[in-house]
Design a protein around this ligand. Sequence first.
Ligand SMILES: NC(=O)C1=CN([C@@H]2O[C@H](COP(=O)(O)OP(=O)(O)OC[C@H]3O[C@@H](n4cnc5c(N)ncnc54)[C@H](OP(=O)(O)O)[C@@H]3O)[C@@H](O)[C@H]2O)C=CC1
Ligand SMILES: CC(=O)N[C@@H](CCC(=O)OP(=O)(O)O)C(=O)O
Length: 345
Amino acid sequence: MKAAIIGGTGYGAIELIRLIHQHPYLEVGSVVSNSQAGNNFSESYPHLSGLTDQPLGKFDPETIAENHDIVFLATPSGVSSKLVPQLMETGIKCVDLSGDFRLRSSEQYETWYRRRPANHEYIQQAVYGLSEIYPEQIKTAALIANPGCYPTAATLGLIPILTTNQADLASIIIDAKSGVSGAGRGLSLTSHYAEINENLKAYKLGSHQHIPEIEQVLSDESGTPITISFTTHLVPMTRGIMCTMYLTLNESISTKEVVDLYTNFYKNKSFVRIRPEGNIPATKEVHGSNYCDIGLHVDSRTNRLTVISVIDNLVKGAAGQAIQNANLMFGWDERSGLNQLPIYP
Ligand SMILES: NC(=O)C1=CN([C@@H]2O[C@H](COP(=O)(O)OP(=O)(O)OC[C@H]3O[C@@H](n4cnc5c(N)ncnc54)[C@H](OP(=O)(O)O)[C@@H]3O)[C@@H](O)[C@H]2O)C=CC1
Ligand SMILES: CC(=O)N[C@@H](CCC(=O)OP(=O)(O)O)C(=O)O
């Protein structure tokens, strides 16, 4: 099967190309670029010289649909909302990495993204692509709204405890940290070397666009409207997200009981690894891989649960989960093309 990738010179696209290169059933048919159409791909990414030398194409939905089986859009929010309807009209399957189709409420989208929402018809068709939680809906979807990087780490780490009645749902605090590639390849003052090196910054306090996305998933899964406190930080590293999350427990349970609950919840899920008691994951332990690793600790003094969830933002947080979703859509083993070991050290 052939995949087209749009947003060709961005970090999401380059990660899709790296992963699809090892995929047993999928190959890259073409890479579409808005800014570099006509140029050779390896001019933007010399590390792929001799491997992916094809010229970057222009966006033409008909040609894409004729020659491909699926499209991955690695374009910014606000761009995907314009391109997806043109592609969907041709009948081709789409996986969108942006935030444009994740929120069911257009009002929420306008509030948090501060721009016009996508056409409601397509928002209604989109299936939220959190692979471990919605595999059946993903299998029959025509359009996947691939989850955000922070929401992937946060929701996978919180859902198991929220499906019990052991958590105080009003007490959730998510302290999140990301490497700089989470902001994409575009240049900005915040991702400038001298601004981030040997520095740790909190940003978008109370206004991050992932707040309503996380709340939507947690509310769906717990069956109760949930609001969260969510603070993001930029860390001087290239890849990786860590969400350190706190919630109050309604009853006294041990760390071992929580570890058993999580292990059982994810027992058939290849990409979520629950660490044993006393073993806390670090971002490097998932670097370059599609794993989400989760560590758990109950503080019996405060009766609070701490959950530490780590992913590689470009793999499980973007391109890897997008391919996992495509695998589900085509009925393949969801691990196809995603069996890379984490890169360590
Ligand atoms: N980086 C990450 O960790 C994650 C990113 N995402 C989301 O994935 C998407 C891609 O992210 P990422 O690759 O990091 O971002 P980048 O900024 O690195 O790449 C986005 C690419 O989209 C294309 N593009 C930009 N503006 C326009 C435009 N006006 N019209 C058409 N194409 C445009 C450009 O490529 P070209 O000119 O070649 O077309 C650009 O390089 C975004 O929506 C992002 O929010 C989601 C989860 C994690
Ligand atoms: C480090 C960093 O800046 N990360 C970005 C993640 C952006 C992203 O993934 O955006 P969408 O999910 O909205 O597509 C941020 O915090 O905004």
